[in-house]
Design a protein around this ligand. Sequence first.
Ligand code: HEM
Length: 489
Amino acid sequence: YKSNRYGLNLPPGPTPLPVIGNLHQLGRRPHLSLRRLALAYGPVLRLTLGAVPTVVISSARAAREVLRTHDLALCSRPQTYAARHLFYGCTDIAFAPYGAYWRHVRKLCILELLSARRVESFAPARAAEAARMVSRVAAADGATVNLSKVLARYANGVVCRATFGRDFLEGGEYKRHGFEGMLADYQELLGGFSLGDFYPGSAMLEELAGRATGAKARLETTFRRFDCLFDEVIEEHLQRKRKGAEEEEEEEEEEEKDLVDVLLELQGSEGLEMPLTRDNVKAVILDMFAAGTDTTFIALDWGMTELLLNPKAMTKARHEVRSIVGDQRLVSEAHITRMHYLKAVIKETLRLHPPAPLLVPRESMQKVKIDGYDVPAKTRVFVNAWAIGRDPEAWGDPERFDPERFVRSSVDYKGQDFELIPFGAGRRGCPAIAFSAASIEVALAQLLHSFDWELPPGVRPEDLDLDEVFGITMHRRDDLEAVAKPHIV
Ligand code: HEM
C-alpha cells in the first residue's frame, strides 16, 4: 500500500471502489478533505472507518442513485455509539433503523407533527419571535450587535415554542437548563466519530473505547440534562391537561397545540398502530429540538453573513422586502409568498452552506451498485451535500454567492434536484422543509425590513474569518457582528 498526499493508503490492485483510507485521517474539516479526494479519485469513494466500510458520495448523479434509485435499500441509519446514548437507544425518527417502528414514528411526524396545517398553526410563534428579535437588535441602539446570538435565540425560540409551547429565555431558565452547552455538546458528540464506532458489533470493545476516551461520560451527562428537561416539560403539560379537565374547559383549539401536546394525545389515543412509551415521546421531542434549532440558526447566520459580504445582493433583497411590506412594522407570511429574490438568497445560502454538510449517514440494508461500483450491505453512506453544492459540473462559478442563479432557474431544495440537497431527499429526507423555510424566510425578511445592516466600523469584508466548526451540523467558528440602523422598528 503506498501513501498518497492525503495520507491515505491506496490499494495496489483493482478494488470495487477507488480509495481505501481512514476518516480520522481527514483532519478537522472532513467535508473539505473529502471533496479534494473526490476531485482526485471520482465521486464515489470508499473509506474504511475503523472496521466500518464507508462510502462517500460527491456528485449529483451518484446522490440521485443513493437517494432515489436505491432509496429503500439505503434508508437505514447506522446505530452509532453517540446516537444510541443520546437518542434513547435510537428510538427517535432521525436515528431509528429502518423498520416498522421508524415507519410508524415517521408517519406520525409527517401527518401530525410537521404537516402543512401544523406548520401554519405556528405562524403566531414565528411572528412573536421575529418581533422579539427586532427588539433585541433595536436595544443595541446603533452599537455593534452580536447578530449570531440574536439569531440563535430566534431559532431556539421558534423551535421551543412549537415543540414545548414556550421558550426558556425568561427567568434565567435558559441558563439554568444550560441550553447552549447542551446543544453544543450534542452537535459535537454526534458529529464526532468516537472510538466506539470503530468496533461495531463488539459491545465490549465499544464500551471500553467509550470509557477510555471519556466519550461515555460526556454522552451520559448530556443525555441526562436533556432527559430531565423533557420530564419537566411533560409533567407541566400533563398537569395543565388535568387542570383543564377538572375545570371542564373546552377542548384545546388545534391552533394552540404544541408538539408535546400532540405527542401526548397520540400516546393516549386508542387507534394508534403501535404504542408510544414515554421514552419514545422524549426521543421524538429531542429530534424536533435538536434537529431544528442549530440548522435554522446556521442557515440564518450564513444568510446574513453572505448578504453583508455581498452588498448588491443585500440591496436587492432589502428593496424587494420593503417594496412589498411598505410602511407596516411587521412582515407577514402573506408578504413572503411574493418575495422571490429573498427565496433565491436562501437557496443560494443553503447551496454554499448546507447546515448538515454530510447529511445524516445512511446504512445499506442490501448490496447495491452505485455508479457501477458494488456497495455491500451494512456499508455506511455519507452524501457530501457541501461538495455537491460547489460541484463545477453542476454550477457555473460555484464558489460565488449569486442568488440570481435561482431567479433564472427552477432548481429547488425539496429533494427533486440532486445538485441542491441541503435537506437530503427520499424516504429519509428532512420532514421539516416547510417548517424550516417558514422560520428562515420570516426572520430574514424582518431583519432586512427593520434595519439597514453594515459591518462594524473598520471591519472590511475580507477581515471576516469564515472558518467553520465541523460536527453533524457545521456553523461558523466566529460570531457575526454587525451594526443595525433602524428603518421601521
Ligand atoms: C435549515 C433547516 C434544516 C436542515 C438544513 C435540515 C437538514 C436535514 C437533513 C440533511 C436530514 C437528513 C436527510 C437525509 O438523510 O436524506 C434531516 C433529517 C431530519 N430532520 Fe431536518 N433539517 C432542518 C430543519 C429541521 C427541523 C426544523 C426539524 C424539526 C422540527 C427537523 C427534523 C428532522 C428529522 C426528524 C429528520 C430525520 C428524518 C428521518 O430520518 O426519517 N429538521 N434534516
